[in-house]
Structures are given as C-alpha cells and as structure tokens.
Design a protein around this ligand. Structure first.
Ligand code: 5AD
Ligand code: SF4
Length: 409
C-alpha cells in the first residue's frame, strides 16, 4: 500500500483541511505514515499569515527535492494558504512539485486529484478516524473583514458559511466516532449565520447532539461578542468556558488603523462580560504595527494588565504583500524586537497565575487519558483516580504547579 505523509503548518483550520484532503487520498488507496522516509506522497499544507510561516513551508519544500530524487514514483502536493498566494510561481521555482492546490480550492480537491492523472480515482473517500477526544468541524471559510495587516481575506476569500444541517451531521458523526468534544472552526467563526439561525443557536444545537459533552470554537472576532450572544450561550455549560479572542492591540488609535472595528474601551467591556460568564480568555497580540508609537505599545501592556488573559500569543508585525499596511514605512527591526521582548516578559506569568487561581474551585474535566484531561476553561488537570477516556469528571482543584491542576478525586 502506498504511504502518505502530511506536514501541516498554521492554524487549527489547516489541521482540519489536512484531515479533509487526507480523506480523499485515503480513498485513493493511500495509508498514513508518520515517517517521511517510507512515504510515497507528501502533502504539505501551508500558512502565509506571517512571512516566517510561509518561509518554513518553502524551506521544507526545498528539502523535499532530495527526498523525491531518492525513490522513483514519489509525489508532492503543496496546498493551503501559501499555495494560494504564490500560485503558478511555485512550479517555476520548484519544478519537482506535482500538484498545487490553494486554500480556496479545498472543495474541489478531489476533482483536482482526478485531473492530475497521478492517482487512481476513488470508489468512495475514506475518512480517517478522529484521533483524541476532539472532533474538528469547519463551519465557515474566508473573512469579510479587511484588517489592514492581514492577508487572510485575499487568500481565503469572502465568507462562505456551511449549512447548519451539514455541520450538525458532521458533528454527530464525530461524536459517534468517539469525540465528546466538538471544535467548530472558521477564520471568523462567530460570523457564521444562516437565514433563521445565529451562531449562538448553532452552538446550542451542536451541544444537544447525542454524545456531545463539550463545544469549543475558534477563532472568533470580538465584534460578534455581544450581550445577546452571551445571553444565548451563558447558561449552557456544555459550551466551554474558554474563548481564544484575538485582540491584536490595546491602543484605540492602532486598532482603528488596523480597521479592527472596536476601541480599547469596547474591548474591555466585552472582556468583562465574558469574565462574568466564567470564560477564561486567551488572545493574540501584534507588536510593531507601522504606526505604533511608544505610547500605543504602552497601551497594549496596560491592556494585558487589565484584561486578565489566561494566555497571550505575541507576534512581531510582518508586512504581507498587497495588504494596506504593507504600503506604510516599517518600524526599525530593533524596536520590534525590543517591544516583543517586553511584551513576552509581561505575558510570561499569565498562565501560571490563571492556574493558581483555580485552587479551591470546582472543575469539570473531560478526560483525554485515564488520569489527565482539560477543564471547561481549558486548563490541564491531573486526577487522583483513573477514569474512562472521554468521560467528564466533576471534582475540585486542590493544588497547582503553574502548568497543571491537581484534583481531589
Ligand atoms: N503580522 C503579524 N501577525 C499577524 N497576524 C495576522 N497577520 C499578521 C501580520 N501581518 C496574527 C494575528 C492573528 C494571528 C493568527 O496572526 O495576531 O490573530
Ligand atoms: Fe485577518 Fe482581520 Fe479577517 Fe482575522 S478578521 S482573518 S485578522 S482580516
């Protein structure tokens, strides 16, 4: 049997896309391998959100030149966001590449495979069984915002929401296959809507499916975190009490220049409302946006102090070709590095504090191994007794070492 090796870069959406592409390849007679050396086909699913991510994928592709030479009949598919951005140019630089499939072509991936003539057409696509307790379900693709630093709208295109019927069927299948946790995915996941259904309705519907114990979603845009949303999901404890909410900056001026659609004050109100509903909040922050002054940067630091984030992923601004911000003069690289350093120091203790704050509190743990699982607000916990994988344990936190919670039971 021919072997398929998958290398995925970037976000959870890409992981889900890799799974989808893999299902079409498994249906064409491939089996998955974790060893590049024994593979006959490599699927590289790429990210282009920052230059660094794209660079990593391209240098991996560079190394595959030798891999392909070593054994006749080996093939390479280059897919995802960097493939979408670079398009035809890729085959010029990497002539040994067999197939390029951009992120927007995911729905046509199967026919692309057929057209390539490289693979035997499938009777039926076989879906790889989900690994672990979490089942990923893509509910929308693309983005209708136009944040001035971001390349996603141009590579992924405008919003396309999948029908709720299809989403619910997929989630039900994953739950049946042994995933008590369903993670709904989309570039701006909470922009999902349907004629008579809101995103909150969808969350409630998914949570009511047989076998579903917990629902997560990623990545939401702060604009759609409204009192109506919180009211609609607030009492449903199957909706995990953690939200990854990228805020990007703490300065209203920079937020406006980024075209994020909210001010620092609006953001802090939303954050407070989320905390009131018991949500832990993690975030993404960008340092060194072209117009960011020392004062603006200081505002990001004070936002981190005020917001009570449980974690923050910090990125140096990376100019992306074709975006409005790429026209602006860049700040000095030294300034970017200094600011990143200062911010990283500021966020370092967040997780430890957040873990510590759980001592003495109740916890609902979804077990991922017999003695380890995650709380609803997304902290790792170790139990005293052994439990069935996938079960939900109600207990109390008695201690923490800053990276793990320890429980009474
Ligand atoms: N430069 C740096 N970081 C970026 N992000 C998106 N675009 C850029 C860019 N041009 C970050 C944002 C986003 C995360 C996925 O990547 O913080 O939330
Ligand atoms: Fe990019 Fe902004 Fe869309 Fe997020 S909301 S994908 S940052 S344009």
């Amino acid at each position: 049997m021919k072997k398929l090796f998958i290398q995925t870069y970037g976000c959870q959406m890409n992981l889900a896309d890799s799974e989808e592409m893999a299902s079409h390849l498994l249906g064409r007679g491939f089996a998955l391998t974790q060893q590049l050396e024994e593979a006959d086909l490599v699927l590289v699913n790429t990210c282009t959100v920052r230059d660094h991510a794209e660079h990593r994928a391209l240098s991996f592709l560079g190394r595959l030149r030798q891999w392909k030479r070593e054994k006749p009949g080996r093939h390479i598919i280059f897919a995802g966001c960097a493939a979408q951005r670079l398009g035809k140019k890729l085959q010029k630089t990497f002539p040994y590449l067999d197939l390029v499939s951009g992120a927007r072509e995911i729905e046509q991936f199967s026919s692309l495979l057929d057209q390539s003539g490289l693979f035997t057409p499938a009777a039926e696509a076989g879906t790889p069984a989900p690994q672990g307790v979490t089942g990923y379900v893509t509910i929308m693709r693309g983005c209708d915002f136009a944040c001035t630093y971001c390349i996603v709208p141009s590579v992924r295109g405008p919003v396309h929401c999948l029908p709720s019927q299809e989403i619910l069927a997929q989630a039900a299948t994953k739950a049946r296959q042994g995933c008590p946790e369903i993670m709904l995915l989309g570039q701006t996941v909470n922009a999902w809507q349907e004629e008579n259904k809101t995103f909150a309705d969808l969350l409630n519907d998914v949570s009511a499916l047989p076998g579903v114990e917990r629902v997560r979603f990623v990545s939401p845009h702060p604009i759609f975190i409204t009192p109506q949303f919180l009211q609609a999901v607030g009492n449903n404890t199957k909706i995990a009490r953690h939200i990854h909410l990228p805020v990007q900056s703490g300065s209203s001026k920079v937020l406006q220049e980024m075209k994020r659609g909210y001010t620092r004050e609006i953001l802090l109100d939303k954050i407070e409302a989320l905390h009131r509903c018991g949500f832990a909040i993690s975030t993404d922050l960008i340092v060194g946006f072209p117009t960011e002054t020392e004062e603006d940067f200081a505002q990001t630091l004070t936002l981190v102090e005020q917001a009570g984030f449980s974690a923050a992923y910090c990125f140096k601004y990376s100019p992306r070709q074709g975006t409005p911000a790429a026209q602006m003069p860049l700040l000095d690289e030294k300034i970017l590095e200094q600011r990143l350093d200062i911010l990283l120091n500021k966020v370092r203790g967040l997780a430890e504090n957040a873990y510590g704050a759980h001592i003495g509190r109740k916890a609902e743990i979804l077990m991922e191994s017999p003695t380890k699982g995650r709380t609803s607000d997304n902290f790792w916990a170790q139990t005293k007794k052994s439990y069935t994988i996938g079960s939900v344990v109600q207990t109390e936190v008695t201690a923490s070492d800053g990276t793990l919670l320890f429980t009474r039971d």
